[in-house]
Design a protein around this ligand. Structure first.
Ligand SMILES: Cc1cc2nc3c(=O)[nH]c(=O)nc-3n(C[C@H](O)[C@H](O)[C@H](O)COP(=O)(O)O)c2cc1C
Length: 197
């Protein structure tokens, strides 16, 4: 009977246990007085309500990475950076615009690793005077080289309307929808790319 059911496609599909994806929310700035922790905490709060992944803040400032190739630095911190990125299935980059691009700290942290980034998905949440749009577009080019599939929806926060005095983060309500729409793309792409790693 089992054979006939299998043959005619009547067999009940076995439920596959689904493990939740790990999505790292990466803070791209490291300067004293930065606002990225406020933005990252807000993205995590919105994301956690979805219950569809394990969302973790990854603060590149914690790893004290020297400039790539320069002596010094703590090898255990570099190993910890590699490990933190390797265990993620996807990312949300919190990107701030510095001179029309991403921060040197984020570029350096990206340059440190290769395989750990490859074949994963990412969303970008940016901020700046024009929503950090120019920095976000630069990041897309870098992510392409690292085989990170960046999704289309891109919450862009204005220093003028989503912050008070450019420093106190008070996002407009509509930005919550934008973050959810971005995650609606990051989650299926992260799931799909997991199958080819
Ligand atoms: C070195 C530097 C360059 C900046 N260049 C730009 C820029 O080109 N365009 C822009 O919209 N904002 C620019 N800003 C403003 C930042 O986007 C703003 O200060 C933001 O809060 C920085 O992110 P952070 O607080 O997380 O470091 C710049 C800020 C710094 C420190």
């Amino acid at each position: 009977m089992g054979f006939l059911n299998k043959l005619f496609g009547n067999e009940k599909q076995e439920e596959q246990p689904m493990t939740k994806l790990n999505i790292g929310i990466i803070l791209g700035s490291t300067r004293e007085g930065r606002v990225s922790p406020q933005v990252g905490a807000w993205v995590k709060e919105v994301a956690d309500k979805r219950g569809d992944a394990n969302y973790t803040i990854i603060d590149i400032a914690d790893y004290k990475l020297p400039l790539l190739g320069e002596p010094g630095g703590d090898a255990s911190k570099v190993a910890a950076w590699s490990e933190a990125i390797a265990k993620q299935d996807g990312f949300v980059f919190i990107v701030q615009e510095y001179n029309h691009s991403i921060t040197g700290a984020l570029k350096n942290a990206l340059d440190y690793l290769r395989d750990e980034w490859n074949n994963k998905a990412a969303g970008i949440v940016s901020y700046g005077s024009v929503g950090g749009a120019r920095a976000a577009e630069h990041l897309r080019g870098i992510l392409g080289e690292l085989l990170v599939a960046d999704v289309r929806v891109h919450p862009a926060l204005s220093l003028f309307t989503d912050f008070e005095n450019g420093t106190d983060f008070k996002p407009k309500e509509v930005q919550v929808d934008s973050v959810n729409q971005m995650l609606d793309q990051v989650i299926p792409w992260s799931t799909a790319l997991k199958t080819i790693r």
